[in-house]
Design a binder for this molecule. Sequence first.
Ligand code: NAP
Length: 438
Amino acid sequence: MTEVRTLKVALLGCGNVGAQVARILIEDAEALAARTGARLELSGIAVRNVNAKRDVELPQELFTTDADTLVKDADMVIELMGGIEPARSLILTAIQNGACVVTGNKALLAQDGPTLYEEADKAGVQLSYEAAVAGAIPILRPIRDSLSGDRITRVLGIVNGTTNFILDQMDSTGAQFSDALAEAQKLGYAEADPTADVEGHDAAAKAAILASLSFHTRFALENVHCEGISNVSAADIAAAKDAGFVIKLLAIAEKLTDAHGGEGVSVRVHPTLLPREHPLAAVRGAFNAVFIEAENAGELMFYGQGAGGTPTASAILGDLISSARRLVLGGPGRTETTTGHVPALPIDAAQTSYYIGLDVADQPGVLAKIARLFADHGVSIEIMRQTIHRDADSNVETAELRIVTHRASEAALAATVEAVKGLDVINSVTSVLRVEGV
Ligand code: NAP
């Protein structure tokens, strides 16, 4: 009879995700061993307070506050503490000791990913982080492995459930941002301090990871242009709806070629109008989805739960088993390639369509004046719609103009909007939003 190897697994953190990972490792030990070819022995769980009540009942003797000793004695380390320190130092110790590491810590990867990837490469160990982007959805492995023979051209992701919930509430009930945020907080979808979610920082960390794997180049957080949703008004949502669009916070990574044939990648997060028939427009509530365009595969979409203890634990276990199989079989670990060397482009170079709302005087010749100004700036108009409003008290008529442009550069659009503001027939520019999927 062949002897089955035992791999010692150290778990750092036993919160929402960690507790579920511990439960699965214990409850499904037999099935996991059969799939892995090795027994995955939970050797200990490092926490701050060993006596705290946990979401699941776990053997008390597993708990320790001595994370250092636990890590030094492990074949595999699962980091689910969150934050930068001590998570970073513990991961580095694990790597230096030759242990594989699985983490869901997008904040740490966004801040210090390159150091960790390099250290893992040097030590020949695997560092996996499927759970760091879109929770339960298998998206990093498909990009890195399944699509490694293809060329990805564009990635559009709804990767933050909190903001998707808020925008969906605004869209379906007409609520203002602040009311939808309060509802998200009441239901536990948003934290008491929602800044990281609503200002797009969480999505930006994930955009950097998606762009790095998709374009075989390491992109850092500072390469990501980031705008959140706190300025999206109920009026923006209503106007978008009226024009057949929905507003989503998208993480976008796309390859662009400039006028001289030079290639670069634009990585950005911002509120974006999508036609209601686009597959991402159907992603409701706190769900996540990632839409990929590749030269040979065409369009692909990955959809599911982007957070939650049990769904996220599924992604952690997937990484753990994949790494454990490599330990059993031997040979080099799975690594990502960084041979793309494509530069990150500034936001000015991004190319997209735009939706522009204008409040204008209702006079003859106004439409022609505005159309000419757009043409002079090299921005071509795809749709222009006018609605007349009459003020009941003053009886003065104003016109609301809604314009959707063809793809144009941010720089050309910004110059156009500045010039439009200077026209005497313009009362105000009511919204400028980027559009994808048209
Ligand atoms: P959590 O509920 O806050 O749990 C954190 C755990 O880490 C707690 O058990 C805590 O111990 C322990 N811990 C924190 N600092 C520690 C320290 N200095 N020393 C020892 N133990 C420490 O976090 P979570 O929601 O499970 O998230 C864990 C990680 O997964 C984060 O990086 C998060 O971004 C990522 N993630 C989470 C989700 C999700 O849906 N929750 C989804 C995707 C990714 P005590 O219990 O004793 O305080």
